[in-house]
Design a protein around this ligand. Structure first.
Ligand code: NAG
Length: 307
């Protein structure tokens, strides 16, 4: 049964505004900025320019902002892949099954990976590719959307600090909203800097190298981002990218292991469901920033080049 999808942090939030979902994306972009190798950094700065303060942080929400622009209506499917989940027993992502139309987040990553380094394209086209990558490589945070038909048109209603919300926006924005206020003075950059420091010399330092490995238990061969990108960009290559799929599978696992362990009718923001969700959200944001930097470093500098 198709129940869940991995989906954009913002697109289906109940309010429809670019609020906290945007903060999650921006944090990923700001984390990535701290790990860019010289050529990647110089491309990012010159391509994004003053419009985006030369930073992947502010540019990370562009792909959500254009959703209301009819010229970009074709791009709405690029934000997610329909995962096939039946929590808590099975959660999985398969490119051939879940992206059969050839238009989903996985193909978007492939398309914009090619385009961002294509010197035959205009500066505007390459900036568009960079902004899509900035956004979609961060999409694998933790998210899901109940397909309307699976639940008679209703999302799962839950409470956060007394207000009624739904499970999707709790993960998109409720948790991050509360966390930023409680621990980071409502500053996305303070949050991102804290996460980057944990990667460089703190709690995440020992696991960071495993975050950018793309080996999976189901895939035949061990792969690195370098293998993935060099095989993919070879002329007339037909090898699909493996890393984004492995990363999608990594995020999707949380649907089974944690997201659906909530207690019905409980206030999720005042219970252990919230406190146990924090390390998941923070690790996922840090991971995605690190992966985004690694991806751009391989593309522009030829190697991962990370601490
Ligand atoms: C690749 O990106 C370009 C530019 O945004 C878009 O026009 C095209 O449809 C995309 N191709 C695929 C296969 O997604």
């Amino acid at each position: 049964m198709k129940v869940l999808r991995l989906i954009s942090v913002v697109s289906f939030s109940a309010s429809g505004v670019y609020g906290w979902g945007a903060s999650g994306h921006q944090a990923v972009g700001y984390v990535a900025m701290q790990f860019l190798a010289p050529n990647a950094l110089s491309f990012v700065k010159s391509s994004l320019g003053s419009t985006y303060s030369q930073s992947l942080g502010p540019a990370a929400t562009w792909a959500d902002e254009i959703k209301s622009n009819s010229a970009y209506s074709w791009a709405s499917e690029l934000h997610y892949v329909d995962a096939e989940d039946n929590p808590p027993s099975s959660c999985s992502v398969s490119q051939s099954r879940d992206c059969a139309s050839g238009k989903c987040i996985l193909t978007a990553i492939a398309n914009y990976t090619t385009r961002v380094v294509d010197t035959g394209l205009s500066a505007a086209q390459r900036q568009e590719a960079l902004k899509f990558l900035d956004h979609v490589l961060c999409e694998f945070i933790l998210r899901y959307q109940f397909l309307a038909e699976a639940l008679g048109g209703n999302d799962i209603s839950v409470k956060c600090s007394g207000s009624t919300t739904n499970l999707h926006s709790f993960w998109d924005s409720g948790i991050i909203n509360k966390l930023l206020a409680a621990c980071y003075g409502n500053s996305v950059t303070t949050w991102a800097n804290t996460l980057a420091t944990r990667i460089k010399s703190g709690a995440y330092a020992s696991s960071a190298s495993s975050w950018i490995s793309c080996s999976s238990t189901t895939a035949a061969a061990k792969r690195s981002i370098e293998d993935d990108i060099s095989d993919f960009l070879r002329p007339r290559a037909i090898t699909p990218l493996q890393c984004p799929l492995v990363w999608a599978q990594d995020s999707n696992k949380f649907d089974c292991s944690y997201v659906f362990t909530y207690t019905k009718f409980a206030d999720l923001c005042t219970t252990s469901y919230y406190s146990n969700a924090i390390p998941i959200v923070e690790t996922q944001i840090a991971k995605q920033g690190y992966r985004l930097a690694a991806w751009l470093n391989v593309l522009f500098d030829g190697s991962i080049d990370l601490p």
